[in-house]
Design a protein around this ligand. Structure first.
Ligand SMILES: [Fe+2]
Ligand SMILES: [Fe+2]
Length: 296
C-alpha cells in the first residue's frame, strides 16, 4: 500500500512544498504521509518530475512498478527533481491512487476484504488487458470514495465490479472499436457486467437489497444521470479513471480516431464535480490535444 511520499529537489534535498499544495495533498490523500528524504527505501518507486511532465515516462512500466511495490507491502513514492512545484505530486498520486486503498465505514471490514479477494480472483493478472481492467476497477472505486467519502456499499461494489463483463469478452483483445453503435455496445456490456456481478454477490452471501442496488447501478453505469446521485457518481468516477489512468494506454491500443470518440463519450459522463478534478490529472500530449479538440 502506498503510504509515504518523499519530494526532493534536483540537489536531492527535501523540497518544501507551497502551503496550497500541502493543503491539496493532505485534503485529497490524507493517509499518505509526507516523509523526509532519509525515509527512502529501495523497495519504493521513484519518478522524475521532469520526465513525468514531458511524457518521457513509460506509463505501463510505471504502473507495473507501482503494482509490484504494492504487492510487496507498504511502499514509498519518491518524486525527484520537483523544483518546478509540487502540483506534479497531485498528478502522480492521482495516477497511483489505486494502491492507497482508501475505505469508509461501509468497506473497512472483513466482509469487504472477502469481496476484494473475490474480485481479484476473477482476474488473470498475467494478461495485460486484464491487469489494466483490474487496475481501472480499483481506481474507479477510489475515485468514488474521493467524490463521496460516504459512498454506500452498493456504490463501492458497483465501482469495483462494473466492467467484469470484459473479462469474458475482451480479455485477450478489445472489440469495442468494431461496434456499429457504440452506446448499444456499452449498454450490452453494462447488462453483462450486472448479470455476472449478481451471480457472484449472491454466491458470496451478500444480502438481496445490497445485491439488487449494486446490480441496478452496474446495469445503468454507461448512462449519465442527474436524477440518480449514485449513478452520476459512478459515471464520474469511471470517467475520471479513464482520463487519469487509462487514456494513454487506450490511445496506444486504439489510435487517435477511436480515442477521440471515447473522449467525447467520456466527457458526456462527467458533471461539474468530476470535471474539477481534471485540473489535477496529467494526460499525455496526444490525449490532451484530442481532449481539447472535443471541448474538454
Ligand atoms: Fe463500463
Ligand atoms: Fe469502467
Amino acid at each position: 500500500m502506498l503510504d509515504q511520499l518523499i519530494v526532493t529537489g534536483s540537489d536531492g534535498s527535501g523540497l518544501p512544498l507551497a502551503p496550497d499544495v500541502m493543503r491539496a495533498l493532505a485534503g485529497q490523500f490524507p493517509s499518505v504521509h509526507l516523509a523526509p528524504p532519509h525515509a527512502w527505501s529501495d523497495d519504493g518507486v521513484a519518478i522524475g518530475a521532469a520526465a513525468w511532465c514531458s511524457d518521457a515516462i513509460d506509463g505501463w512500466a510505471l504502473d507495473c512498478a507501482v503494482d509490484d511495490a504494492d504487492e510487496r507491502g507498504d511502499f514509498v513514492l519518491r518524486v525527484l527533481d520537483a523544483d518546478r512545484g509540487g502540483a506534479v505530486c497531485l498528478e502522480i498520486l492521482n495516477r497511483c491512487q489505486r494502491t492507497i486503498r482508501r475505505r469508509n465505514h461501509f468497506s473497512q471490514n472483513a466482509r469487504f476484504d472477502s469481496l476484494l479477494s473475490a474480485h481479484r480472483g476473477m482476474h488473470d493478472l498475467a494478461k495485460p488487458l486484464v491487469r489494466a481492467d483490474f487496475n481501472h476497477a480499483r481506481d474507479t472505486w477510489q475515485w468514488v470514495l474521493r467524490l463521496d467519502r460516504e459512498a454506500s456499499l452498493p456504490l463501492q461494489l458497483a465501482a469495483l465490479f462494473h466492467d467484469v463483463e470484459r473479462l469474458a469478452t475482451e480479455a485477450d483483445r478489445r472489440v469495442e472499436h468494431l461496434s456499429a453503435n457504440y452506446q448499444r455496445f456499452k449498454d450490452r456490456h453494462a447488462a453483462g457486467s450486472a448479470s455476472i456481478t449478481g451471480s457472484i454477490l449472491t454466491r458470496i452471501g451478500i444480502d438481496a437489497q445490497t445485491c439488487k442496488r449494486t446490480v441496478d447501478l452496474i446495469a445503468a453505469h454507461e448512462r449519465y444521470s442527474e436524477e440518480d446521485v449514485e449513478l452520476r457518481l459512478l459515471n464520474e468516477a469511471d470517467a475520471l479513471s479513464f482520463f487519469s489512468l487509462n487514456s494513454g494506454g487506450f490511445y496506444d491500443y486504439f489510435g487517435p480516431d477511436h480515442t477521440r470518440k471515447k473522449i467525447r463519450y467520456t466527457l458526456g459522463r462527467l458533471g461539474d464535480r468530476g470535471r474539477a478534478h481534471l485540473a489535477g490529472v496529467r494526460m499525455r500530449h496526444e490525449v490532451r490535444e484530442l481532449f481539447e479538440e472535443c471541448g474538454g
